[in-house]
Design a protein around this ligand. Sequence first.
Ligand SMILES: Nc1ncnc2c1ncn2[C@@H]1O[C@H](COP(=O)(O)OP(=O)(O)OP(=O)(O)O)[C@@H](O)[C@H]1O
Length: 580
Amino acid sequence: MIKMRLIRLLKGSGKYILYQVLWQWISLIMQIIIAINITGLIQEVFLDTAFEYHIPRVVIVVIVGALIRAVCDKLYSKASFHAGANVKRILRNRIYEKVLRLGPAYREQVHTSEIVQMAGEGVEQLEVYFSRYLSQFFYSLLAPLTLFIVVMRISMKSAVILLVAVPLIPIVIMLVMIVAKKLLSHYFDIYYGLGDSFLEKLQGMTTLKIYQADKAAADDMDRESEQFRKITMKVLMMQLNSTSVMDIVAYGGAAVGIISALSQFYKAEVSLFGMLMILFLAAEFFLPMRILGSFFHIGMNGMKASDRIFAFLDLPEQQRGSKEISDKEIKISLENLSFSYDSSKTILNGIDMTIAPKSFVSIVGVSGSGKSTIAGILMGRNPKYKGSLKINNDEHSELTSKTILSHFTLVGHRSWIFAGTVRENLLMGNPNATEKEMNEALEKVNLLAFINSQDGLDTKLTSNASNLSGGQKQRLSLARALLHNTPVYIFDEATSNVDAGSEEIIMNVIHELSKTKTIILISHRLANVVNSDEIFMLKNGSIVESGLHFELMNNKGAYEKLFTEQMNLENFSKRKEVAQ
Ligand SMILES: Nc1ncnc2c1ncn2[C@@H]1O[C@H](COP(=O)(O)OP(=O)(O)OP(=O)(O)O)[C@@H](O)[C@H]1O
């Protein structure tokens, strides 16, 4: 019922739980004082003693007691807010820091939608656990003991009956917990699955529309939602049933206590005052446990959500060294490097490659041959490689992520542009870039005139720059990469999906850049790689040929075959265009 790992999250907020218990306890003491005064007065009325003199005192006690209880309620709410808010902030920070530590490879271990749900709804579900459940747990132990001490002075028999009946509620809670654990785990599987599926369908909405598959996707969503509705109903039913059982135990226990008090009054074993006191306080024995029971279900949801959060926080992290790249010149050496995403298939097999500082090398090969996997390994995204990858004299895994990312820039064909302004996106490349440097970068990629015809650097961009053309977006990504100004640039199909004009501009920028930087170009289109210092031809994860363009052409191997096929196809297209 209490999870120590969650408790440890409280850190400095533990005092708020203590305050909550204290305010509730003072409120209970006030209630006991009010009950003593009122029942005392009732007894005096029945015994016809001089009760009139006591009325003002009782009225004052009731008013002051009620006021103190109101203040305690207010203070309880305040402490409850602080207890919940702090933990939520701590947990969200931990999730965020974990994502950062996992780095770009996080998606291999967890879905983006799961992280979003975890950090949003998942953390939110812990609110009740910290702000209500925990303090109620301690208070529901303290309250019956306090009441026991009061009632035992009136009747030991009633006090014992009431105290013994109280633990029946936690027994019911524990029995419910056995069923709830399994059900809730299933509930969360379906819940996160639904989120995942919803996000994917939303992201692929345009594709679904193009292939008129949106109806089938909507039917899928309906099916999954229905499954979620059913499991939600099951959870609610379980909660409702257990609440009813707890009510029966609570009110049944109070009834037994009251009956025992009446019987003792009948036998003149307790006074009228004593009988009325037990009558007033019997339900109070059970109320805190009963409230704990109602928080328990929400607390249980939170505990279950925390299982996922902790499983995520415990994901193994890439063990990297602490070395920094110190040289300005960067030599990259891959020696007998192999890699698999999983044990079922080897993706790269015994790769040997040396990339000299400021050289222009290209990696080519048919689709699926492993080109992007090499780029991923160089960027630290696919860390579990075998063999050796050295940056100057240090093994890649001994270097910090930070040093890798500040010496290597990857420009892919799907670089993300964020909603905001052109300026904000460019500053991501270099937060210290001046307006002049940003304009120069835009000029290099032939985008300055267009951006200036809009609102200049303050031109607004929608998410992933959907208000720019594909070519403009790619050139903007390139301008941002230029501002990053690292010694090594990796271009992974940076010109795919762009028009011929944009392709030419991008290739010109890459060639210009190769005068001062190391360039690794991954391209389907072999016409773009002819001027490389070295070309590596990849096939099924192995280098089958390497050398200069003319050497590979003379080899008459796989490269020559692919190059000739592409040239024939391009010439055919050109002839067709001219004929039209
Ligand atoms: N995250 C991943 N998990 C499992 N397998 C993967 C993953 N990414 C790629 N692969 C597999 O690794 C192989 C090489 O993929 P990679 O993307 O490196 O090829 P590529 O040569 O860059 O292809 P393309 O030119 O089509 O981009 C493929 O068979 C692919 O299915």
